[in-house]
Design a protein around this ligand. Sequence first.
Ligand code: GCU
Length: 660
Amino acid sequence: MSFENAWLQYSKICNEENKKYFFRVYAPDKNRVTTSAIQELACAALKIFDCRMQPAADQDAATISLVLDQERNLGTEGYEITEADGKLQITAGAPAGLLYGSFSCIRRIQCEKPLKGFQERKLPSAPFRMLNHWDNIDGSIERGYSGTSFFFQDQKVLVDDRTRMYARLAASVGINAVVINNVNVKGNATKLIDGTYGEELRLMKEILDDYGISLYLSLNFAAPMELGGMDSADPCDPEVAGWWKEKMKELYTRLPGFGGFLVKADSEGRPGPFTYRRTHAEGANVLADAVKPYGGRIIWRCFVYNCQQDWRDKKTDRAKSGYDNFMPIDGKFRENVILQIKNGPMDFQVREPVSPLFGGLKKTNQMLEVQIAQEYTGQQRHVCYLIPMFKEVLNFHTYCKEGADTVQDIVTGKTFKTTNCGIAAVANTGDDENWTGHDLAAANFFGFGRLAYDMDLTAEEIAREWISCTFGNDSEVQEKIEKMLLMSWPAYEKYTSPLGIGWMVNPNVHYGPNVDGYEYDRWGTYHRADHLGIGVDRTKDGTGYAAQYLEPNASAYESVETCPEELLLFFHYIPYTYRLKSGKTLIQHIYDTHFEGVENVDEMVKLWNSLEGKIPEKAFTRVQKRLAHQKMHSREWRDQINTYFYRKSMIADEQGRTIY
Ligand code: GCU
């Protein structure tokens, strides 16, 4: 097993029934992306079947044909696969579709499913399917848990074999845009937009272009000052606007076809339009106007909040800030601006309600931001398969439009009839041999892309595909790893913070239990536990956050009786003696789930250990070591949380288990 190939292992398969399609390829289109598709098919054929694919003179002579056909309504990224009489045809409207169709055929072989009789027609669910890398120019990665960056090292941009391997992996699951640098743009990273790194970025873009992936950068809103020596970055100052226009002209001359920018402004110390009493629409629009002549886009993040809160202030609520900041300017953004909204109103906790901006915003392009870097979900030392969580977010009904009101409807363009929408994930990769540190965390990278391309897939289907492509099709391996993946997010939720309350981690690193770690801090991250109960009152008597939702969600969250229990403490302050629907008291629920979560981890450990000899040794040991840590660490979580609440509430565990 070559770990850098991740799910593109292309291991030998003994059953050769699919081999016959990979002898002669006919592909009249000579576009670079089509060429990549052919190369990929040839690579898979050689490695899987030991079969050297040759070019065919025409379709009759071919066993597999890649053809472009504008009549089939497949857009620029959709494809159709048809098998007839022992021949395969992949049809698409544009080269990217041929690439995605080719990867679909390859996956089918990897999963040992017959190509005979195979018919598939797919159009991507989300138009924008992005990865956001939080890589710094010194090579470190903000919230990176898989080594250092493969895009940057010591103030340099890296372009090498790993860039191509990365592009193959990303494209194979349908990713079509990547932001390579951290949203917190500082120091030399600000210079990524001028000529300093021009040649390296041109080379990087060439490689990404081969795989239908657009290159994006994060940008520093204060660049007119830091690079241009101006005394202001006021977006309404004509000189500032002129500076941006000039900069973009230079950049697009160097990098024609460049995608655009991701911007974090006025957040956590980053510069932004608020400094000049301008709105975020004014901030985004000045950039949008500058990139518009070149077809560029501005992806503007809604993660904007006041991080100077006093813990005694019970009215200010970080959860409300995204909505408060952006709702008043709905409709004020240029058409080439997309607002990027984190899935929840706080910050990628293990459980959060869906951001009320989804459903709230009606006249602005929107994109969902999730995090596959496991910042708050075990930092790739714990197993935590996040696709089930993303499915829940996508399936959430906002009630903004009858029949087209889910987050999925919004980000796929169904609700507001647009193609300026999509989904982005904060990436979980680094220069570790296996890309993601934890071998099982690769399922999140794979799964995010697959889900973004095809939101009809279930989390189970995606898990099974990933296991087949990575570890093969042994049924025991399949069943056990699938089981581990699917139990991992619920388990993590059980042994960490209860019922949607979040946080309770060590500040800054965001790892390991610390119930009061963020309790009195300025970041607006409170659980409000005292000797009688716990939870944040976000009803009208509290912060009023629940009212940001459309009905009937607002009323459902407002009342303790109708609030979904998994979010109870996010919305309500609840006494420890309150009885949940299960009949258990809140405190007993906290104790029970924490013991259960640890038992789940013990089960995962057993499942993995029983696979010894069936998984390549290096990966087996790597995962085993992480699981041993997870086992110990989940106990630490259980004991810290249970002990804290036992001491606060003075109510003993009904089952008399050890709580300190
Ligand atoms: C979180 C994370 C930061 C990151 C920020 C963001 O707060 O801890 O490291 O910069 O999100 O999304 O911008």
